[in-house]
Design a protein around this ligand. Structure first.
Ligand code: HXC
Length: 254
C-alpha cells in the first residue's frame, strides 16, 4: 500500500510508502492519504493522527514525472491542489513526523499539520522554483505565516533547504528528535493530545487556526464562541470536578 494506515490505540499513524519515488506525492498517494485521514476524522475513537514517511524520506514533493506531461488544461480540470483543502479540513489534530527530506509538496504536507516533530536528519525546502513553478499546496502562505515573510521569500525564491535545527530555530518544527526516535516522539506527542478531552481539542485546534485566517478582533470573537461551546460539554464538568476532587478525569467526548 502506498499509504500504510495503522492504529496505535487512539492514535492513527499513516505512513507514506513509495520508496522508489522518495515518497513523491502522486495523485493516488494523496487520494489515499486524504481518505485515511477523513475516515479517522469521522471515527470518535481516533483522537490524533500522525503522518510519517520513512527514515530517509518524508516526501520529495509532488510527483515530477506525472507533472511534466500534465497540460495546463488538465491541471485546471483535475487540480492536484484540491487535496490540500481536504487535509486542511481535518478536525482531528495532525502531527507530521519528518525524517529525511520534506521537499516541495512534502514540506507543504508537513506545514498543513498542526505540529511537526523532526528527526535530526530532517531537511525542509521548497525547491519548486528550480522546476519553473512555485509552491501550490500552501507553501508560500503557511510558510510566510510560520517563519515570516523575509525567510519564506528566501526559501521560495532560492529553493535552498534548511536542516532540522534551523527549522527548530525558526519555529517551524516543535521538536527535534534523535535519529532513531523521531516516530516514537511524534506518537508520544499524539498520545498526550489523545488523552485530552476530544471536543475541547477540536475546538482548540479550530481556534488556533483562526489566528492565521482572521483579524485579531474577529479571531477573539471566534475564540469566545468556541470557548462558550467548550463550557457546554460534559467533559468540562468532569475535568473541573476531577481537579477539585483530586482524581484523574474520565473524559467521554461529550
Ligand atoms: C517523482 C521523484 C521525485 C519526485 C525523487 N524521485 N523525487 N520522482 N517526483 N518529486 C525519483 C527520482 O526520479 C528517482 O527515480 C528516484 O526517485 C530516486 O531519486 P534520486 O534523486 O536518485 O534520489 P536521491 O539522490 O536520494 O535524492 C533525493 C532527493 C531528490 C533529494 C529527494 O530526489 C530530489 O531533489 N527530488 C526532487 C525534489 C523536488 O524538486 N520536489 C518538488 C516537487 S514539485 P529513478 O526512476 O531515477 O530511480 C512540488 C510541487 C507541489 O512538490 C505542488 C502542490 C500543488
Amino acid at each position: 500500500m502506498i499509504v500504510e494506515a495503522e492504529r496505535r490505540g487512539a492514535v492513527g499513524v499513516a505512513r507514506l510508502n513509495r520508496p522508489e519515488a522518495r515518497n513523491a506525492l502522486s495523485s493516488e498517494l494523496m487520494e489515499m492519504l486524504c481518505e485515511v485521514a477523513e475516515a479517522w476524522d469521522r471515527d470518535p475513537d481516533v483522537r490524533a493522527i500522525v503522518i510519517a514517511g520513512s527514515d530517509e524520506y518524508f516526501a520529495a514533493g509532488a510527483d515530477i514525472k506525472a507533472m511534466r506531461d500534465r497540460t495546463f488544461q488538465e491541471a485546471l480540470s483535475n487540480p492536484f491542489t484540491s487535496f490540500w483543502p481536504r487535509m486542511a479540513a481535518i478536525k482531528t489534530p495532525l502531527i507530521a513526523a519528518v525524517s529525511g527530506y520534506a521537499l516541495g509538496g512534502g514540506c507543504e504536507l508537513a506545514l498543513i499539520c498542526d505540529m511537526i516533530v523532526a528527526s535530526e536528519t530532517a531537511e525542509f525546502g521548497q525547491p519548486e522554483i528550480m522546476l519553473g513553478i512555485i509552491p501550490g499546496g500552501g507553501g508560500t502562505q503557511r510558510l510566510a505565516r510560520v517563519v515570516g515573510k523575509q525567510r519564506a521569500m528566501e526559501l521560495v525564491l532560492t529553493g535552498r533547504r534548511i536542516d532540522a535545527q534551523d527549522a527548530f530555530r525558526l519555529g517551524f518544527v516543535n521538536r527535534v528528535a534523535k535519529k532513531r526516535e523521531w516516530l516514537d516522539e511524534a506518537i508520544e506527542l499524539a498520545e498526550v493530545v489523545a488523552r485530552r478531552p476530544p471536543l475541547a481539542v477540536r475546538l482548540g485546534k479550530q481556534a488556533v487556526l483562526a489566528a492565521d485566517e482572521t483579524t485579531l478582533a474577529a479571531g477573539l470573537d471566534h475564540e469566545r464562541r468556541l470557548y462558550e461551546l467548550s463550557m457546554a460539554t460534559e467533559d468540562r464538568v468532569e475535568g473541573m470536578s476531577a481537579f477539585i476532587e483530586k482524581r484523574k478525569p474520565d473524559f467521554r467526548g461529550r
